[in-house]
Structure formats: C-alpha cells, structure tokens
Design a protein around this ligand. Structure first.
Ligand code: ADP
Ligand code: MG
Length: 474
C-alpha cells in the first residue's frame, strides 16, 4: 500500500537529514538501549534501532488483533490451570527437551506440595504477521504468544512522538496526527499494581528478576517508574541473589533481604543459558512461595510452542473455553497451520510435506528470545537428521507466513541509514489478574510494531534483527 512519503525513500540527501533529526528526537524521548560494549552500565547509552517512517498496517487487522487479545488472556489462563492438558501436551516434548522438562518438574513439585499463591497475574504479548492471501488481501496470523518477559512495552510508548516528528518535518501534519498514542508500560504496571494490592500487604515489594547485564533496562524502568508513581516499590535482583538472600516463612511468604515480596516479575529465566543449578533452585523457591509470580511456572509452560501447536487441533479450544463459541471463533481465525512432529503417522506426514515445499514451513524448537527457528536449507538438513529420531518431538512445524514486503528506512547506531524491503510483526500486550477462581482484570494495554529487512528470517529487536516501528493505520 503506497503512502505519501514513499517518494522520500529515493531522496538520499533528505533521508540523511531526516534521519539525524529522528535520531535526536528518539534520544530526547528516551528510546534508549545500553550499548553492546557496556551492557551493564548506563554511562554510555544509544538509541534503540527504529524505522525512519511508520509502516502501513490495515486498521481492520489492528482492530482484530486488539479484539482477540482478551480471548488470548482467557485462553492462557485456562491452559495454566489445566494440569491434565499441560501434562498430556508436553509429555513427548519433555522426554527430549531438557529445558521444558526442568520447568515441568518445578510445575509438578509445586502442584504436589499445593499452590500457595492465590492471586495470578498474566502480562503477555501476542505477536502476528499479515499473511498475503490468494486474493491479495492480508490476514492476521499469530506467530506466537509470549507469556514471560514480554518486552518493549516501555520503549513502544516513546516511539510515536518520533514518527510524528518526522512527518511534521515533512509538513505531513494530518498524517502525523494519525500515529496512534500507545502506552503499554502503564497498562502492564496497572496489572502488577492490582496483583500487589490483592496480595494485601502494604509494605511488601515487587521483585523484578533481572539479568546482570541488561541492555534493555530503560524498557523495564518505564514499568518500575509507573509503579513508584503509585507508591509501590520495586527491587531488581538476580536469581543468584534470591538463592543467597531469599527465604520462605511458615506460610510460604517470600522474603528477600528481610523484605516481604508481593509480586515477582520475571525479566529473566526464559532461556536455558539463564539457568545455573543455583538459579533453578532459586526459581523453585520463588514458585513455591505465596508471592504472585508473573508468570507462574504453569503460565510459562502455557506459552511454549508445543502448547500453541496443540491448541490449534480441531476441538481443543472448545474444550478449554467451554460455552464461548465467539471467543473460540476469534481465536481460531488467527491460527496459522501448526503441526506436531511427535513419532507416528501425523508427524511423518508433516515432515514429508515440509521436505517437499521447504519455503512454506518453519521448524521451531521450544525456545524463546529469537534466532532459534530453522528455515529453508537449514530446516531440510535438520528434518533429514531428526526424521527417524524421537528427538523430533521437541520441535513443532509451522506454516511460514509471507507478508507483502514494503520499503522503509532502518536506523541503527553506527550504521548508515538503509532503505530496504521490509516486513512487520505486530504485538498486542495483554494483562489479566485472577484471584482464586475470579477474574478481576482482563484487558489489552497497547501494541508494538517491529519491522525487519526481508533477508532476515528470524529474530526480534533484542536479537539485533528487527527495529521499533509504529503502525500507520489505513
Ligand atoms: P521466539 O520465541 O524466539 O521469539 P518466534 O516464534 O517469535 O520465536 O519466532 C522468531 C521470529 O521468527 C519471529 O519474530 C518472526 O520474525 C519469525 N517467524 C516465526 N514464526 C514464523 C512464521 N510462521 N512465519 C514467518 N516468520 C516466522
Ligand atoms: Mg517471538
């Protein structure tokens, strides 16, 4: 779809001047990352990569993505409470995937002991691409849902001002006014605050489990700042600190350095490399506690690719969300093709199809954080190797979404402005809070658009592939 600034992409000189202005505005707005050279320090920071122009997103798809978010919140919450479904769904995966197996072990241990936590908090982000259909119209298809450490809600609130600035410089004030305001971090903080309040201890803290060297700290600070504005105090600690200075009392209240913790918010703990033996022990301690974990271990498991694949099976949504046919229909409309690779006929058939048309599929292990999926020739090699082995059950196969590429200019510190063919991924942030069996909050709280050059199959902003963007609704 053409925009009225497309012609500017050809004018190199003007692009450079615009890019300088955009970068300065981004820095002024706080669209920041720590540098890869000094990821543990805020002494030197730079701007988070972003597009010079907003990218066109059909309004209807944006509305659809917002409308289905509360359904996804309900679905994740239902899966997290359904121990039988999780056990059955993950049974083949945990035999072959050590990381999922360890998470599942903790889940089992907590269930056996009895869950002390009574308030539950979900902060998630459902990601989509726009599949080009046969008739040329785009369709909203879910890539995945992130139930742990869903990021960029903080920086996404600062980028609209940058794109409005660029369009205003070009005297496109009407267009600038169409850039949507967006404040996910405010909504995410509201969820945390609600959970904190329901926990019911005025002096208790929010514990943010942080990585030692966090480039994306300003994104996290946006949420911390919102909470402090509500007089809710946040401490940042690593898993190592918890194993050294964390303990439970008789009622399994969590204390860290002598201070009670109401809510544990994980911005770490979603990848195998983030866990030493000591960290696994700390995670178990946190899970056993009364504190509200965001997410609790069952909700993290509900976000695995294997669960996503099983949810797409005929009849599954109806079982998990009984009596809600409209929600089921909205959810199902966003599902792409998803295929189990468990041993047996169904898995064999999926492998045969993927080998016959590799460009139409993506092979996904049970991993988060970008850069783990296999495409094209790499996928073929992996499938040939895995075909006869039970290890294949640790992967799923997914239909590859093919959006219509468009031109935009990507801005990255240290690189010249680059005009390239791009595709975008839209994320919607969702928040829910449940107390016992009662859902007390269920909302969508904003969006994130990330855009990348078409030559990159995989990877997000943190992985250095995608850049921050804003939807230009048409
Ligand atoms: P992760 O948990 O590592 O973020 P994702 O499933 O989100 O895993 O995949 C990472 C990236 O790979 C996505 O951001 C997207 O760019 C690309 N990708 C994933 N699944 C598909 C798909 N089915 N079609 C096209 N691209 C995909
Ligand atoms: Mg992803």
């Amino acid at each position: 779809m053409a925009t009225s600034w497309e012609s500017f992409l050809q004018d190199e000189q003007q692009l450079e001047e615009l890019a300088r202005q955009a970068v300065d505005r981004a820095l002024a707005e706080g669209v920041l990352l720590r540098t890869s050279q000094e990821p543990g320090s805020s002494d030197v920071v730079s701007y988070a990569p972003f597009t010079l122009f907003p990218s066109v997103v059909p309004s209807a798809l944006l509305e659809q993505a917002y409308a289905v978010q509360m359904d996804f919140n309900l679905l994740v919450d239902a899966v997290s409470q359904n121990a039988a479904f999780l056990e059955q769904t993950l049974s083949s995966t945990i035999k072959r995937d050590d990381f999922t197996a360890r998470l599942f072990d903790i889940h089992k241990q907590v269930l056996q002991e009895g869950i002390a936590q009574t308030v539950f908090l979900g902060l998630n982000r459902s990601d989509y691409m726009f599949q080009r259909s046969a008739d040329g119209s785009p369709a909203l298809k879910q890539i995945e849902i992130n139930t742990i450490s869903a990021s960029f809600g903080g920086l996404a609130s600062r980028t609209p001002a940058v794109h409005r600035h660029v369009l205003n410089v070009l005297r496109k004030t009407k267009e600038a006014a169409k850039i949507l305001s967006n404040n996910p971090s405010k909504g995410l903080a509201m969820g945390i605050a609600k959970a904190w309040e329901l926990y019911g201890s005025a002096n208790a803290l929010v514990l943010l489990i942080a990585q030692e060297k966090e480039r994306n700290i300003f994104d996290q600070r946006a949420i911390e700042n919102e909470l402090l504005g509500k007089n809710i105090h946040v401490i940042r600690r690593r898993f190592e600190d918890i194993s050294e200075k964390g303990c439970l009392d008789q009622d399994r209240r969590l204390f860290v350095e002598g201070q009670e913790v109401a809510v544990v918010y994980f911005r770490d703990g979603y990848m195998p490399s983030q866990y030493s033996l000591q960290n696994w022990e700390a995670r178990l301690l946190l899970e056993r506690s009364r504190a509200v974990k965001c997410p609790d271990i069952a909700t993290q498991l509900a976000g695995t690719k294997k669960v996503q694949q099983e949810l797409s099976r005929v009849g599954m949504l109806e079982v998990l969300l009984p009596g809600q046919p409209e929600a089921v229909a909205r959810l199902r409309a966003t599902f792409a093709g998803l295929y189990s690779l468990d041993m047996g006929e169904e898995g064999d058939q999926a492998i045969t199809e993927a080998l016959a048309a590799p460009s139409h599929f993506v092979l996904k292990p049970q991993r988060e954080g970008g850069g783990n999926n296999l495409y094209g020739e790499n996928m073929v090699q992996a499938l040939e190797q895995l075909k006869e082995s039970e290890e294949r059950a640790s992967y799923i196969l997914m239909e590859k979404i093919e959006p219509e590429p468009f031109g935009n200019c990507l801005l990255r510190p240290g690189s010249p402005a680059r005009v390239v063919q791009c595709i975008s991924e839209l994320g919607i942030f969702g928040v829910y809070v449940r107390q016992g069996k009662t859902l007390v909050m269920n909302k969508h709280v904003g969006h994130l658009l990330r855009t990348k050059a078409i030559e990159h199959a995989d990877g997000g902003v943190a992985a250095g592939v995608a850049v921050l963007d804003n939807p230009y609704p048409v």
